[in-house]
Design a protein around this ligand. Structure first.
Ligand code: FES
Length: 154
């Protein structure tokens, strides 16, 4: 990830709009580049896409993939949707939360790990499912997830 900076942020927003991209495309570009959408990017998003602050913030808060704070070095997203719940996602989530000391939606104080909920990764037939640093993991159990977390050295 690139460290957030205003000039690069504005350039990404302008490039997206010039290509005919929508507000969500600009938010995706900012997220892909910086890992989050810095609050200082809101005014240029409003100006360039002719949207109100409420509209921009509403889109950011609506989609799970957008965040307004920097993520940890590693991001673990645990599926909480129905199919994964039916095969133990809640219990697995409780174990991960206990092991890391984090609740879903939190980042560790040392900035190494962010734990998040996600609602379906398209791996419903192979749950419980998760995503670790963007890579999908299926058929999780405690041992498999422990090994993955250990490999991240968190
Ligand atoms: S319900 Fe978990 S991947 Fe679809």
């Amino acid at each position: 990830m690139t460290r957030w900076n205003e000039t690069k942020s504005r350039a990404l927003i302008e490039e997206t709009q010039a290509r005919g991209g929508a507000l969500t495309s600009a938010l995706r570009a900012l997220t892909d580049t910086f890992g989050y959408i810095d609050p200082a990017a809101i005014p240029p998003l409003m100006q360039i896409f002719s949207r109100s602050r409420a509209e921009v913030l509403g889109v950011i808060s609506y989609y799970d993939d957008f965040r307004d704070t920097p993520p940890g070095n590693h991001v673990v997203r645990l599926c909480q949707a129905e199919s994964c719940q039916a095969v133990g996602a809640r219990e697995l989530t409780e174990l991960v939360c206990a092991a890391t000391g984090l609740k879903l939606g939190e980042t560790s104080k040392d900035g190494k790990l962010t734990l998040e909920a996600v609602y379906c990764l398209g791996l419903c037939a192979n749950g419980p499912a998760a995503q670790v640093d963007g890579k999908p993991l299926a058929e999780l159990d405690e041992n498999k997830l422990d090994a993955k977390l250990a490999a991240l050295q968190i």
